[in-house]
Design a binder for this molecule. Structure first.
Ligand code: FAD
Length: 366
């Protein structure tokens, strides 16, 4: 019997009432429509790299998204439009883009999962985000039982968020990416690097450009050192990557945290200005400044160290990255969930910050 433990990177989770393998957009739509007609619960399953599914069987249909294929739709002065099927491996697509001298996704090398799963939480890493390169996507809309085209602005993309994360039910069938033609091969220079850690690993200043292939290799190296590239021999990678989203809080709240807490301003800051004589003082709430915190720092400072495990549990914090909850080999889904609850409670009682989970939880709510 097929189980989620076999098909997810956390390697936990029970079976399902029905599994459907969908190898083309038509088969995906047919499977979704059938489940809808029958009033059946359904779940789209890509690479299973952002899912925590409970140990009890899922009482519905799991639609495995297995469609594959990449082709260039058009070459323009501004962008090259590239069409990729939803079930295609994300990292295979990144590697293809780098080999073909197309920039925009090289810093997202090594993220597991499928192309169709990527917009759900607007994946990102090392200064690049999916939303920077999505032109449009084809989507089976459950409510209308129709295939529709969604543009980038329809997706309500934000940090680890899109309209698909909470609200719009349906399945991504394919994505058209707008990539930058920077050359014809991996030697072509990337767009300016916007992430300090990556620039310094490449030995260049922020804003410099480096060959796409070198950027990809360095990102993979950095990710491996944190257990963030899947490796069948390394239990530190039996995870969903980061389990919690880096919280975004008001700048005022962030001042309640210890001075050494890492914080990153989010969005445009309003420059200070003088009021004109007689001008009304604007209410404070009109320009709240937001600050992104490091969930990993909050977890470690709340007393939960790398490698930590609850007594008798098969789940543990990664030994390389405090934000990854891992299966050391024998964990149940409940072990992972209990550890997540513990971490959440420790951070909340220490700092008053509620960490929210990044993966989709099925059969649990946190
Ligand atoms: C080691 C490791 C490192 C990671 N590093 C990063 C990182 O650096 N940055 C980052 O952002 N994420 C990271 N992740 C998280 C994860 O890889 C991404 O979120 C990925 O995009 C999930 O895709 P998937 O195909 O595996 O989705 P799944 O896990 O199969 O599904 C996740 C959610 O998306 C839905 N879904 C899947 N396919 C579709 C579809 N075609 N249409 C509609 N909904 C769909 C599912 O129903 C589910 O709700 C990491 C995970 C691991 C294990």
């Amino acid at each position: 019997m097929t189980t989620f433990a076999e098909l997810t990177t956390l390697r936990v989770g029970g079976g399902a009432r029905r599994w459907v393998d969908a190898r083309s957009a038509d088969e995906i739509v047919a499977a979704g429509s059938a489940a809808r007609r029958e009033g059946d619960e359904w779940l789209a399953l890509g690479g299973g790299s952002n899912l925590l599914v409970a140990d009890v069987d899922f009482a519905g249909t799991v639609i495995r998204i297995l469609s594959e294929g990449i082709h260039i739709e058009s070459e323009g002065a501004e962008h090259t439009l590239v069409h990729v099927e939803a079930g295609h491996s994300w990292d295979d697509f990144v590697s293809w883009a780098v080999r073909n001298g197309l920039g925009g996704v090289e810093a997202m090398s090594g993220i597991p999962g499928t192309v169709g799963g990527a917009p759900v939480q607007n994946i990102g890493a090392y200064g690049q985000e999916l939303s920077d390169v999505v032109h449009s996507l084809t989507f089976w809309d459950e409510a209308r039982d129709e295939v529709v085209t969604l543009t980038n602005s329809d997706m309500d993309f934000a940090f680890r968020h899109s309209i698909l994360k909470n609200g719009r039910r349906g399945i991504v069938l394919d994505i058209t990416f707008a990539l930058h033609r920077v050359g014809n091969g991996p030697e072509a220079l990337s767009r300016p690097l916007m992430f300090e850690q990556l620039a310094s690993a490449l030995g260049v200043a922020m804003g410099a450009s480096e060959p796409l292939g070198a950027v990809r290799d360095r990102v993979l190296e950095l990710r491996r050192s944190k257990g963030m590239v899947l490796d069948a021999n390394d239990p530190d990678t039996f995870s969903v990557g980061s389990f919690f989203v880096n919280p975004i809080v008001s700048e005022r709240f962030s001042r309640t945290l210890p001075a050494e807490a890492p914080r990153f301003p989010v969005g445009d800051e309003e420059p200070p200005r003088y009021l004109a004589p007689g001008e009304d003082v604007p209410p404070l709430a009109t320009s709240p400044r937001a600050v992104k915190l490091s969930a990993a720092w909050l977890i470690e400072q709340s007393g939960v160290r790398k490698g930590f495990s609850l007594p008798g549990s098969g789940a543990a914090i990664s030994s390389k990255h405090a934000l990854a909850l891992t299966n050391r080999g024998s964990a149940t889904a409940d072990d992972v969930f209990q550890l997540a609850k513990y971490v959440q409670a420790m951070v909340q009682s220490s700092f008053g910050v509620l960490l929210l989970p990044e993966p989709t939880l099925v059969g649990f709510s946190l």
